[in-house]
Ligand binder design. Structure first.
Ligand SMILES: [Fe+2]
Ligand SMILES: [Fe+2]
Length: 183
């Protein structure tokens, strides 16, 4: 059974994960508009990952007897200066999310909620990967600099990123992940 404080805090995080999905969807749209199809692909895969993050919490709250409460999702920025601008904003956003996950885990410890502590560990590990991916691409963008041929090559590389998370949650997250051999 989920305590009220924890329930409210996870519901807030569901909204942040949905905003993350929306933000990366917006970056994908802007990339497509500018002819950067590889970047567009990368951000669309990221959109799916964020939806998975939200849906895992959605399912957890329900399974623990809590009530999922969905609030309005804020409007994301619609245009970005450059691929570097997008990835710097992505990294900054992920660092914020990492802090939010840490705060959630601190609350779970404070509330002596062992189930939520175990559940949130998955997100702690996930955030390491998220920040690492962004840092890697920022490093590559620094190497590319103003070289358009380099940017073209990087765009081609990002076009190869494949969706490795389930996108059909109609039967639940755990079932979808099992079907993909991920749980
Ligand atoms: Fe996330
Ligand atoms: Fe993320």
């Amino acid at each position: 059974m989920l305590g009220k404080k924890m329930e409210t805090a996870i519901n807030e995080q569901i909204n942040r994960e949905m905003y993350s999905a929306y933000l990366y969807m917006s970056m994908s749209a802007d990339s497509t508009f500018k002819g950067l199809k590889g970047f567009a692909n990368w951000f669309m895969v990221q959109y799916h990952e964020e939806m998975l993050h939200a849906m895992k919490m959605f399912e957890y709250v329900s399974r623990q007897g809590g009530k999922v409460v969905l609030k309005a999702i804020a409007e994301p920025p619609q245009t970005f200066e450059s691929p570097m601008d997008m990835f710097q904003k992505t990294l900054k956003h992920e660092q914020f999310v990492t802090q939010c996950i840490n705060d959630l885990l601190n609350l779970a410890v404070q509330e002596k909620d062992h189930a939520s502590q175990a559940f949130l560990q998955w997100y702690v590990t996930e955030q390491i990967e998220e920040e690492e991916n962004d840092n890697d691409i920022i490093a590559q963008l620094k190497l590319v600099g103003a070289d358009t041929a380099g940017l073209f090559m990087l765009d081609k590389e990002l076009a190869t990123r494949l969706l490795t998370v389930p996108s059909d949650f109609s039967k639940g997250v755990e079932a979808a992940m099992k079907a993909m051999g991920k749980a």
